[in-house]
Design a binder for this molecule. Structure first.
Ligand SMILES: O=C(O)CCC(=O)C(=O)O
Length: 314
């Protein structure tokens, strides 16, 4: 696979940075994040993996996979670990660092707001197939940027992330069936568009919501592939989203109470997507008792017509 273009040299030139983002669908920036923040996050994750029995430490303190897994381990973090990471505000440490804030602003061209769609990944060894996907396909109505951050050196053995350079310009490539993933046909991702690189802690990859990408298999004997990915959007799109708890619903409307105490009612129409964590549709007469009534939800809308509603972690 060919190497990603580095945009590190464009850091002082936001216009050039955005031009590269528009051309390739991503910017890859090397060694630009505060390394103390990144190593601090890793320290917490290592500690918790050991505490919950997923890892043991070698004599030099490297976490090794114990073989313990949960349903979510291969893709996301086990639920109990995710709750701990959120309680410690690990993603917030990255988001709020002033140097990082400048970076996000430079790429987006304006102020940004982070959405509570964060995944901490500790991918254990396993030969999962490539799953090319476009984040925007599952999150319609959100003007998403994905920030993918390695928390370990991503050797070829550990895997990493691959993108299909320039393919953000070709619309959504997902099949119309079967849910929940609506997988992209691998033949739609030409070999000569595929790019990766050996990521290091301190690097960041920011990509367009339409850019096809996939995690790469971890073929190591017992090492984890540590990363965190977060999502933000431009502040000018703030009014297009509602974040809060579902406080009322019917088959054709949904009312969300925001943290500020405002009740916002959105109409559900034939084009609206009402989905669970994994992308499965929730029939509108089954909202009661679904994950949408268990915690915080994020909805996108146009003039109060619902585009998408999904559960989020907060
Ligand atoms: O890190 C991975 O394995 C996949 C990440 C991903 O798909 C994403 O950030 O959207």
């Amino acid at each position: 696979m060919q190497k990603m273009h580095s945009a590190t040299g464009l850091i002082g030139d936001p216009e050039a940075l955005r031009k590269q983002f528009s051309r390739d669908g991503y910017v890859y920036l090397e060694g630009v994040l505060d390394i103390d923040v990144i190593t601090g996050i890793r320290r917490e994750m290592d500690r918790l993996l050991v505490e919950y029995g997923f890892a043991r430490l070698t004599d030099n303190g490297d976490p090794r996979f114990t073989g313990k897994t949960t349903e979510r381990s291969a893709i996301r973090s086990p639920r109990e670990l995710e709750a701990e990471y959120n309680r410690l505000g690990l993603a917030t440490r990255i988001i709020e660092h002033p140097v990082h804030q400048d970076l996000f602003r430079a790429v987006a061209g304006e102020e940004v707001d982070f959405l509570p769609i964060t995944e901490y990944r500790t991918r254990p060894p396993g030969n999962e197939p490539l799953v090319w996907h476009q984040d925007g396909f599952y999150n319609r109505g959100l003007d998403l940027y994905t920030a993918w951050i390695p928390l370990t050196t991503m050797t070829e053995e550990i895997g990493g992330l691959a993108v299909a350079e320039g393919l953000h310009q070709g619309g959504y490539l997902h099949e119309s069936y079967p849910p929940p993933r609506y997988l992209i046909d691998a033949e739609d991702i030409p070999n000569d568009a595929q790019r990766t690189v050996q990521f290091e802690p301190g690097d960041i990859l920011i990509f367009d919501r339409r850019l096809p990408h996939t995690g790469l298999p971890n073929s190591s004997a017992d090492s984890f592939r540590f990363s965190v990915d977060m999502r933000f959007q431009t502040r000018s799109n703030r009014d297009r989203i509602v974040l809060g708890q579902v406080c009322d619903h019917s088959v054709d409307s949904l009312t969300i109470q925001t943290d500020g105490g405002e009740n916002v009612t959105l109409s559900i129409g034939p084009e609206s997507t009402v989905r669970d964590w994994w992308g499965n549709d929730i029939p509108t007469d089954e909202i009661a008792g679904s994950p949408l009534t268990e915690g915080t939800v994020l909805a996108s809308h146009l003039d109060r017509n619902l585009i998408l509603v999904r559960p989020v972690t907060q």
